[in-house]
Design a protein around this ligand. Structure first.
Ligand code: PMP
Length: 398
Protein backbone atom coordinates (compact mmCIF):
# COMPACT_ATOMS: atom_id res chain seq x y z
CA UNK A 1 0.00 0.00 0.00
CA UNK A 2 2.76 2.50 0.90
CA UNK A 3 5.27 1.43 -1.75
CA UNK A 4 5.42 4.87 -3.26
CA UNK A 5 6.27 6.58 0.08
CA UNK A 6 9.84 7.83 -0.20
CA UNK A 7 12.17 7.82 2.80
CA UNK A 8 12.42 11.33 4.16
CA UNK A 9 15.66 12.93 5.35
CA UNK A 10 16.41 12.85 9.12
CA UNK A 11 15.75 16.07 11.05
CA UNK A 12 18.87 18.24 10.79
CA UNK A 13 19.22 18.74 14.55
CA UNK A 14 17.75 15.54 15.96
CA UNK A 15 19.77 13.55 13.37
CA UNK A 16 22.95 14.86 14.99
CA UNK A 17 21.89 13.48 18.37
CA UNK A 18 21.37 10.10 16.73
CA UNK A 19 24.87 10.18 15.21
CA UNK A 20 26.25 11.18 18.62
CA UNK A 21 24.52 8.22 20.29
CA UNK A 22 26.03 5.81 17.74
CA UNK A 23 29.58 7.12 18.32
CA UNK A 24 31.43 4.81 20.75
CA UNK A 25 34.39 7.15 21.40
CA UNK A 26 34.52 8.12 25.11
CA UNK A 27 35.67 11.66 24.29
CA UNK A 28 32.58 12.43 22.21
CA UNK A 29 30.81 15.76 22.84
CA UNK A 30 27.27 16.71 21.80
CA UNK A 31 27.00 20.42 20.99
CA UNK A 32 24.06 19.88 18.65
CA UNK A 33 20.81 19.88 20.50
CA UNK A 34 19.74 22.86 22.63
CA UNK A 35 19.13 21.21 25.97
CA UNK A 36 20.78 22.42 29.17
CA UNK A 37 23.36 20.23 30.87
CA UNK A 38 25.11 20.82 34.20
CA UNK A 39 28.87 20.89 34.62
CA UNK A 40 29.00 17.09 34.70
CA UNK A 41 27.17 16.94 31.36
CA UNK A 42 23.92 15.67 32.90
CA UNK A 43 20.34 16.88 32.36
CA UNK A 44 19.07 18.95 35.28
CA UNK A 45 15.86 18.92 37.30
CA UNK A 46 15.66 22.44 38.71
CA UNK A 47 15.41 22.54 42.54
CA UNK A 48 12.27 24.72 42.26
CA UNK A 49 10.69 22.17 39.90
CA UNK A 50 11.66 19.27 42.17
CA UNK A 51 9.99 20.97 45.12
CA UNK A 52 6.86 21.76 43.10
CA UNK A 53 6.63 18.12 42.00
CA UNK A 54 6.70 16.93 45.58
CA UNK A 55 3.97 19.43 46.50
CA UNK A 56 1.56 18.48 43.72
CA UNK A 57 2.03 14.73 43.78
CA UNK A 58 -0.74 13.98 46.30
CA UNK A 59 -3.40 16.22 44.83
CA UNK A 60 -2.82 15.34 41.17
CA UNK A 61 -5.44 13.37 39.30
CA UNK A 62 -5.27 12.57 35.59
CA UNK A 63 -8.35 14.35 34.32
CA UNK A 64 -8.58 16.24 31.03
CA UNK A 65 -7.79 19.94 31.04
CA UNK A 66 -10.16 22.33 29.24
CA UNK A 67 -9.19 23.07 25.61
CA UNK A 68 -7.44 26.28 26.67
CA UNK A 69 -5.52 24.56 29.47
CA UNK A 70 -5.11 25.26 33.16
CA UNK A 71 -6.47 28.75 33.88
CA UNK A 72 -3.99 29.40 36.70
CA UNK A 73 -1.13 28.48 34.38
CA UNK A 74 -2.17 30.70 31.45
CA UNK A 75 -2.68 33.62 33.82
CA UNK A 76 0.74 33.23 35.52
CA UNK A 77 2.55 32.48 32.25
CA UNK A 78 1.05 35.52 30.54
CA UNK A 79 2.01 37.81 33.39
CA UNK A 80 5.55 36.41 33.38
CA UNK A 81 5.85 37.68 29.81
CA UNK A 82 3.93 40.96 30.02
CA UNK A 83 4.35 41.89 33.72
CA UNK A 84 2.06 44.88 34.20
CA UNK A 85 2.00 46.03 30.55
CA UNK A 86 -1.22 47.85 29.74
CA UNK A 87 -3.02 45.17 27.65
CA UNK A 88 -2.79 42.76 30.56
CA UNK A 89 -3.94 45.38 33.07
CA UNK A 90 -6.95 46.00 30.80
CA UNK A 91 -7.77 42.25 30.60
CA UNK A 92 -7.53 42.21 26.82
CA UNK A 93 -4.98 39.45 26.23
CA UNK A 94 -6.34 36.12 24.99
CA UNK A 95 -4.16 33.27 26.35
CA UNK A 96 -4.23 29.56 25.69
CA UNK A 97 -1.95 26.81 27.01
CA UNK A 98 0.02 25.24 24.16
CA UNK A 99 2.08 22.18 23.33
CA UNK A 100 5.33 23.93 24.28
CA UNK A 101 6.81 26.65 22.04
CA UNK A 102 6.39 24.65 18.84
CA UNK A 103 2.68 24.15 19.52
CA UNK A 104 2.24 27.84 20.37
CA UNK A 105 3.84 28.76 17.05
CA UNK A 106 1.74 26.24 15.12
CA UNK A 107 -1.52 27.37 16.71
CA UNK A 108 -0.60 31.05 16.37
CA UNK A 109 0.18 30.58 12.67
CA UNK A 110 -3.12 28.73 12.20
CA UNK A 111 -4.88 31.71 13.79
CA UNK A 112 -3.08 34.16 11.50
CA UNK A 113 -3.88 31.98 8.48
CA UNK A 114 -7.57 31.94 9.33
CA UNK A 115 -8.13 35.45 10.64
CA UNK A 116 -5.37 37.91 9.76
CA UNK A 117 -6.92 39.97 6.98
CA UNK A 118 -3.84 41.70 5.59
CA UNK A 119 -1.20 39.16 4.63
CA UNK A 120 -0.36 35.49 3.98
CA UNK A 121 3.35 36.11 4.38
CA UNK A 122 5.44 35.91 7.54
CA UNK A 123 8.82 37.62 7.57
CA UNK A 124 11.46 35.58 9.43
CA UNK A 125 15.05 36.45 10.30
CA UNK A 126 17.91 35.12 8.20
CA UNK A 127 18.98 32.81 9.75
CA UNK A 128 16.36 31.46 12.13
CA UNK A 129 15.39 28.29 13.99
CA UNK A 130 14.89 25.72 11.20
CA UNK A 131 11.41 24.72 12.32
CA UNK A 132 9.96 28.22 11.74
CA UNK A 133 9.84 27.77 7.98
CA UNK A 134 8.07 24.42 8.14
CA UNK A 135 5.62 25.53 10.82
CA UNK A 136 4.64 28.55 8.71
CA UNK A 137 4.20 26.47 5.56
CA UNK A 138 2.37 23.74 7.45
CA UNK A 139 -0.15 26.35 8.55
CA UNK A 140 -0.76 27.33 4.92
CA UNK A 141 1.24 30.56 5.03
CA UNK A 142 4.43 31.55 3.24
CA UNK A 143 7.66 32.93 4.64
CA UNK A 144 10.13 35.53 3.49
CA UNK A 145 13.52 36.10 5.09
CA UNK A 146 14.60 39.49 6.39
CA UNK A 147 18.27 40.42 6.86
CA UNK A 148 19.36 39.95 10.46
CA UNK A 149 22.83 38.51 10.99
CA UNK A 150 25.94 40.04 9.49
CA UNK A 151 28.56 37.32 8.86
CA UNK A 152 31.32 39.93 8.66
CA UNK A 153 30.77 41.52 12.07
CA UNK A 154 29.16 38.34 13.46
CA UNK A 155 26.60 40.73 14.93
CA UNK A 156 23.27 42.33 14.03
CA UNK A 157 22.79 44.05 10.67
CA UNK A 158 20.47 46.65 12.16
CA UNK A 159 20.39 48.96 9.13
CA UNK A 160 19.32 46.27 6.67
CA UNK A 161 16.84 44.91 9.22
CA UNK A 162 15.21 48.33 9.76
CA UNK A 163 15.14 48.95 5.99
CA UNK A 164 13.30 45.69 5.41
CA UNK A 165 10.71 46.51 8.09
CA UNK A 166 10.25 49.89 6.50
CA UNK A 167 9.97 48.65 2.92
CA UNK A 168 7.62 45.71 3.66
CA UNK A 169 3.96 46.44 2.77
CA UNK A 170 1.94 48.02 5.59
CA UNK A 171 0.39 45.45 8.00
CA UNK A 172 3.00 42.77 7.30
CA UNK A 173 3.71 40.00 9.83
CA UNK A 174 7.22 39.89 11.35
CA UNK A 175 8.43 37.00 13.46
CA UNK A 176 10.89 38.28 16.08
CA UNK A 177 12.93 36.29 18.61
CA UNK A 178 12.12 37.95 21.94
CA UNK A 179 15.59 37.14 23.32
CA UNK A 180 18.49 34.69 22.85
CA UNK A 181 18.12 34.51 19.08
CA UNK A 182 18.48 30.95 17.82
CA UNK A 183 20.87 30.08 16.13
CA UNK A 184 23.01 33.24 16.27
CA UNK A 185 22.86 34.35 19.92
CA UNK A 186 22.72 37.90 18.52
CA UNK A 187 20.02 40.10 20.07
CA UNK A 188 19.17 43.77 19.42
CA UNK A 189 20.18 46.15 22.24
CA UNK A 190 17.40 47.98 24.09
CA UNK A 191 18.00 51.05 21.92
CA UNK A 192 17.79 48.96 18.77
CA UNK A 193 14.55 47.38 20.00
CA UNK A 194 13.14 50.90 20.34
CA UNK A 195 14.07 51.64 16.73
CA UNK A 196 12.53 48.35 15.58
CA UNK A 197 9.35 49.01 17.59
CA UNK A 198 9.09 52.50 16.18
CA UNK A 199 9.23 51.43 12.52
CA UNK A 200 6.95 48.44 13.19
CA UNK A 201 4.39 50.83 14.75
CA UNK A 202 4.61 53.29 11.87
CA UNK A 203 4.02 50.50 9.36
CA UNK A 204 1.31 48.91 11.54
CA UNK A 205 3.01 45.54 11.26
CA UNK A 206 1.99 42.60 13.42
CA UNK A 207 4.87 41.37 15.63
CA UNK A 208 4.94 37.67 16.40
CA UNK A 209 7.32 37.08 19.31
CA UNK A 210 8.90 33.67 19.68
CA UNK A 211 9.91 33.66 23.35
CA UNK A 212 11.56 30.29 23.95
CA UNK A 213 14.31 31.49 26.29
CA UNK A 214 12.98 34.00 28.85
CA UNK A 215 15.62 34.16 31.60
CA UNK A 216 18.13 32.16 29.60
CA UNK A 217 19.68 35.11 27.80
CA UNK A 218 20.67 37.39 30.64
CA UNK A 219 19.68 35.35 33.68
CA UNK A 220 17.02 38.01 34.38
CA UNK A 221 13.45 37.20 33.28
CA UNK A 222 12.43 40.88 33.23
CA UNK A 223 15.37 42.02 31.13
CA UNK A 224 14.69 39.21 28.64
CA UNK A 225 11.05 40.35 28.34
CA UNK A 226 12.07 43.90 27.46
CA UNK A 227 10.99 43.77 23.80
CA UNK A 228 7.62 42.10 24.47
CA UNK A 229 6.74 44.62 27.19
CA UNK A 230 7.93 47.57 25.09
CA UNK A 231 5.74 46.57 22.14
CA UNK A 232 2.79 45.80 24.45
CA UNK A 233 3.02 49.15 26.24
CA UNK A 234 3.38 51.03 22.96
CA UNK A 235 0.22 49.30 21.66
CA UNK A 236 1.91 47.56 18.74
CA UNK A 237 -0.20 44.57 17.70
CA UNK A 238 1.57 41.46 19.06
CA UNK A 239 1.22 37.72 19.48
CA UNK A 240 3.56 35.96 21.92
CA UNK A 241 4.61 32.30 21.89
CA UNK A 242 6.22 31.15 25.15
CA UNK A 243 8.02 27.91 25.85
CA UNK A 244 8.83 26.59 29.33
CA UNK A 245 11.12 23.87 27.99
CA UNK A 246 14.39 25.70 28.59
CA UNK A 247 13.76 28.04 31.50
CA UNK A 248 12.04 25.33 33.58
CA UNK A 249 13.99 22.38 32.16
CA UNK A 250 10.60 20.89 31.21
CA UNK A 251 11.54 19.76 27.71
CA UNK A 252 9.43 16.61 27.55
CA UNK A 253 6.43 18.04 29.38
CA UNK A 254 5.51 20.16 26.34
CA UNK A 255 4.41 23.22 28.22
CA UNK A 256 3.89 26.59 26.55
CA UNK A 257 1.56 29.54 26.24
CA UNK A 258 0.16 31.50 23.30
CA UNK A 259 -1.19 35.01 23.86
CA UNK A 260 -2.83 37.46 21.48
CA UNK A 261 -3.12 41.13 22.44
CA UNK A 262 -6.55 42.52 21.59
CA UNK A 263 -8.27 45.92 21.59
CA UNK A 264 -10.88 45.07 24.22
CA UNK A 265 -11.96 42.40 26.68
CA UNK A 266 -14.83 41.47 24.31
CA UNK A 267 -12.42 41.08 21.42
CA UNK A 268 -10.10 38.86 23.48
CA UNK A 269 -13.06 36.62 24.41
CA UNK A 270 -13.87 36.22 20.72
CA UNK A 271 -10.23 35.52 19.84
CA UNK A 272 -9.93 32.90 22.60
CA UNK A 273 -13.09 31.16 21.40
CA UNK A 274 -11.50 30.80 17.94
CA UNK A 275 -8.15 29.61 19.33
CA UNK A 276 -10.07 26.86 21.11
CA UNK A 277 -11.89 25.94 17.90
CA UNK A 278 -8.50 25.66 16.15
CA UNK A 279 -6.90 23.60 18.96
CA UNK A 280 -9.74 21.10 19.37
CA UNK A 281 -9.24 19.10 16.14
CA UNK A 282 -5.43 19.25 16.45
CA UNK A 283 -4.94 17.79 19.96
CA UNK A 284 -8.21 18.29 21.86
CA UNK A 285 -6.61 19.65 25.02
CA UNK A 286 -3.07 20.18 26.31
CA UNK A 287 -1.06 18.03 28.76
CA UNK A 288 -1.66 18.68 32.45
CA UNK A 289 1.55 17.86 34.32
CA UNK A 290 3.82 20.66 33.13
CA UNK A 291 1.13 23.28 33.63
CA UNK A 292 0.68 22.13 37.23
CA UNK A 293 4.42 22.34 37.89
CA UNK A 294 4.84 25.80 36.34
CA UNK A 295 1.80 27.24 38.13
CA UNK A 296 2.95 25.76 41.43
CA UNK A 297 6.34 27.48 41.00
CA UNK A 298 5.13 30.84 39.67
CA UNK A 299 2.19 30.98 42.08
CA UNK A 300 4.27 30.39 45.21
CA UNK A 301 6.47 33.28 46.30
CA UNK A 302 9.19 31.13 47.80
CA UNK A 303 9.34 28.72 44.87
CA UNK A 304 9.37 31.57 42.40
CA UNK A 305 12.34 33.09 44.21
CA UNK A 306 14.13 29.74 44.00
CA UNK A 307 13.26 29.45 40.31
CA UNK A 308 14.74 32.87 39.54
CA UNK A 309 17.97 31.62 41.16
CA UNK A 310 17.75 28.37 39.15
CA UNK A 311 17.40 30.22 35.81
CA UNK A 312 20.26 32.54 36.65
CA UNK A 313 22.46 29.59 37.63
CA UNK A 314 21.93 28.06 34.18
CA UNK A 315 22.46 31.36 32.34
CA UNK A 316 25.62 32.09 34.36
CA UNK A 317 27.12 28.66 33.68
CA UNK A 318 26.59 29.19 29.96
CA UNK A 319 28.22 32.62 30.14
CA UNK A 320 31.20 31.16 32.01
CA UNK A 321 31.60 28.47 29.31
CA UNK A 322 31.57 31.15 26.59
CA UNK A 323 34.42 32.87 28.43
CA UNK A 324 36.34 29.62 29.00
CA UNK A 325 36.11 28.58 25.33
CA UNK A 326 37.22 31.99 24.05
CA UNK A 327 40.12 32.21 26.52
CA UNK A 328 41.30 28.67 25.72
CA UNK A 329 41.18 29.28 21.97
CA UNK A 330 43.43 32.28 22.47
CA UNK A 331 45.76 30.32 24.77
CA UNK A 332 46.00 27.52 22.20
CA UNK A 333 47.35 30.13 19.79
CA UNK A 334 44.32 30.51 17.51
CA UNK A 335 44.83 33.53 15.30
CA UNK A 336 41.11 34.06 14.68
CA UNK A 337 39.04 36.59 16.56
CA UNK A 338 36.59 34.60 18.73
CA UNK A 339 35.24 37.55 20.73
CA UNK A 340 31.77 37.13 19.17
CA UNK A 341 31.36 33.97 21.27
CA UNK A 342 31.33 36.06 24.46
CA UNK A 343 29.27 38.86 22.90
CA UNK A 344 26.49 36.49 21.83
CA UNK A 345 23.86 35.46 24.32
CA UNK A 346 21.64 32.50 25.29
CA UNK A 347 21.97 28.80 24.66
CA UNK A 348 23.86 28.99 21.37
CA UNK A 349 27.03 30.40 19.88
CA UNK A 350 27.20 30.97 16.16
CA UNK A 351 30.87 30.28 15.79
CA UNK A 352 31.41 31.12 12.13
CA UNK A 353 32.84 27.59 11.56
CA UNK A 354 32.35 26.49 7.95
CA UNK A 355 30.62 23.21 7.01
CA UNK A 356 33.98 21.55 6.30
CA UNK A 357 35.20 22.51 9.80
CA UNK A 358 32.01 21.05 11.29
CA UNK A 359 32.43 17.83 9.32
CA UNK A 360 36.03 17.48 10.47
CA UNK A 361 35.04 18.13 14.09
CA UNK A 362 32.52 15.29 13.85
CA UNK A 363 34.64 12.83 11.84
CA UNK A 364 38.02 13.32 13.48
CA UNK A 365 37.24 14.71 16.93
CA UNK A 366 33.83 13.21 17.78
CA UNK A 367 32.38 16.68 18.43
CA UNK A 368 28.81 17.00 17.13
CA UNK A 369 27.27 20.31 16.00
CA UNK A 370 24.98 21.60 13.26
CA UNK A 371 26.57 22.29 9.87
CA UNK A 372 25.90 26.03 10.17
CA UNK A 373 28.56 26.21 12.91
CA UNK A 374 26.07 26.62 15.74
CA UNK A 375 27.13 25.11 19.05
CA UNK A 376 24.98 24.59 22.11
CA UNK A 377 27.18 26.20 24.77
CA UNK A 378 25.27 24.23 27.42
CA UNK A 379 27.00 21.10 26.10
CA UNK A 380 30.38 22.46 27.28
CA UNK A 381 31.74 21.83 30.77
CA UNK A 382 35.01 22.01 32.72
CA UNK A 383 35.96 18.52 31.56
CA UNK A 384 35.42 18.91 27.82
CA UNK A 385 35.94 22.60 27.06
CA UNK A 386 39.70 22.30 26.62
CA UNK A 387 39.29 19.28 24.32
CA UNK A 388 36.76 21.25 22.25
CA UNK A 389 38.99 24.35 22.12
CA UNK A 390 41.91 22.19 20.97
CA UNK A 391 39.84 20.61 18.22
CA UNK A 392 38.43 23.95 17.00
CA UNK A 393 41.90 25.46 16.97
CA UNK A 394 43.18 22.47 14.94
CA UNK A 395 40.44 22.51 12.29
CA UNK A 396 40.58 26.29 11.84
CA UNK A 397 44.37 26.65 11.72
CA UNK A 398 45.45 28.82 8.76
N1 PMP B 1 11.58 28.66 19.16
C1 PMP B 1 12.91 28.61 19.20
C2 PMP B 1 13.68 29.77 18.68
C3 PMP B 1 13.55 27.49 19.72
O1 PMP B 1 14.88 27.47 19.76
C4 PMP B 1 12.79 26.42 20.21
C5 PMP B 1 13.46 25.19 20.76
N2 PMP B 1 14.54 24.73 20.10
C6 PMP B 1 11.40 26.54 20.16
C7 PMP B 1 10.82 27.66 19.63
C8 PMP B 1 10.42 25.50 20.62
O2 PMP B 1 10.79 24.56 21.50
P1 PMP B 1 9.76 23.69 22.29
O3 PMP B 1 8.67 23.28 21.34
O4 PMP B 1 10.55 22.55 22.79
O5 PMP B 1 9.22 24.56 23.38
Amino acid sequence: LWKSVPKGPPDAILGISEAFKRDKNPRKVNLGVGAYRDDSGKPVILPSVQKAKSLIIKSSDHEYLPIDGLAKFTQLATSLAYSNASPLKDHRVASIQSISGTGALRLGMAFIQRFYPHSRRVYIPNPTWGNHKTIIQHAGLEFQEYPYYDPVTKGLNIEAFLNEIDSAPKNSVFLLHACAHNPTGVDPSEDQWKQIQDVMARKQHLAVFDMAYQGFASGDVDKDAYAVRLFANEENPIIVMQSFAKNFGLYGERIGNLSVVCDSKQESDRVLSQLKILARPMYSNPPIYGSRIVSEVLGNEELKKQWLVDVKTMADRIISMRNALTTLLKEKGSLHDWSHITKQIGMFAYTGLHPEHCQELMDKHHIYLTMDGRISVAGLNQRNVEYVADAIETVTRF
